[in-house]
Design a binder for this molecule. Sequence first.
Ligand code: SAH
Ligand code: SF4
Ligand code: F3S
Length: 489
Amino acid sequence: MSEQLIQDIDILGEKPKVKESCDYKISKDTHTGKSRKLYIESYGCQMNFSDSEIVTSIMEKEGFDTTSQFEEADVVLLNTCSIREKAEITIRKRLAQFNSVKKEKPDMLVGILGCMAERLKEKLLEEEKIVDLVAGPDAYRDLPNLVSRVDDGHKAVNTVLSREETYADINPVRLNSNGVTAFISIMRGCDNMCSFCVVPFTRGRERSRDPQSIVAEAKQLFEQGYREVTLLGQNVDSYKWARDAETNQKKGIEKSEAKDIVSFAGLLEMVAEIHPDLRVRFSTSHPKDITEDVLWTMKKHENICKYIHLPAQSGDTRVLNLMNRTYSREEYFEKVDAIRSILGGECAISSDMIAGFCTETEEEHQATLSLMDYVKYDFSYMFYYSERPGTLAAKKYEDDIPLEVKKRRLNEIIDKQREHSLERNQEAIGKTFRVLIEGQSKRSENQLQGRNSGNKVIVFDKKNYAKGQYVNVKVTDCTGATLKGEIVD
Ligand code: SAH
Ligand code: SF4
Ligand code: F3S
């Protein structure tokens, strides 16, 4: 989930610029005169960035202002990722920097949140002594209490995972927001057991959030001027909310006519109906779970963006079985065919791929490349396999593909994706797209940038337009990562 919006396939060798790597966001500065200052930095997926907005909300209520300078903070929090070994190495380096500042400023509290906190629990505090506080992803309501325990000279750890917590009632403080696009968590945890993946262990059991609270959050964002929301979950297609009998009774709904279950397609429709000018995106779709209902709902509503992140991970059925992805190569193709036949070729599709999973042969790697040829993804996030302690793969299979082979295979996957991204972008030349303006282009003050429904970044001359507006842009040129165009309104 993905930062789902980093589209460039800027993934070279060992330094992948990917959605769950070392990307971080620093909290904004608030100056409301509160007594203590909080600095928060986030790593990993969009879910983690979203959680940091919940944490900030909880801490602001506790009397904290936020700062973008960690040196001036009383409390420094790192919201961490464990997805690959590299993510954890980056975080450890950052912790070392914080601890060197702490030497001069011993009252500064350094805390670790998120997936690495959940995975390593007390270890960072008790054995390594590099943090003062550890809070797992379901323990953020307890943060004020944990901070005051540290203030009182105690150790503070809470890594209890919950089956219910969705933070539904907490109004996130939007950090680093462009004021136009926002993310809304619709569920937490994951019940799939992909053998390579640490997420089910760090995030716990899957649970869905009350649809009314999701719609209320999206409505409020729209009223504040936001024009796009992305609904987030590790596996959005298994979103399911069972309205309880009591709620039905309160609302005067007869049992016989009660709509007791809200599915993901149902939720998508509820959010799409808020306003035609509010775009809706979602991520991540699991190939085993995405339904035709979702595809038809997308087709029915113009404002549901025609873009699906549908991670394949591998193109070979034996490897997919070892990964416990629960679909075959052929079943994956069937899902892609359904997308193309219901939504047409303009619906963008992206993927995640893992090179060099345990026992992967050269032929099986070729199957991944040929799957990519079949789908022609608009873009992909690509990684080489990194064994994670405690996962099913770490327990059952040997991590037997040499690093050079993993890297070579990854580079072949990246090269293939580069070709396809360019090809898909070239197909857009001459076409006109409705673009939501997100702000100034990174390269020039005189240009704006936004995305089309298919999630492609388009750069164009500013004229008199501003962020938050929709414009029609005709594409005139492209690179593999960006489209260039001109406003044709
Ligand atoms: N829930 C999402 C993905 C979450 S993790 C899904 O099911 O697709 C994001 C991506 O990181 C995964 O899709 C996978 O490609 C990659 N990933 C996860 N564990 C990994 C590991 N151990 N080594 C390399 N890449 C991994
Ligand atoms: Fe991990 Fe699989 Fe769950 Fe995605 S669906 S978070 S890859 S276990
Ligand atoms: Fe996200 Fe990383 Fe955790 S990808 S769910 S922050 S392990």
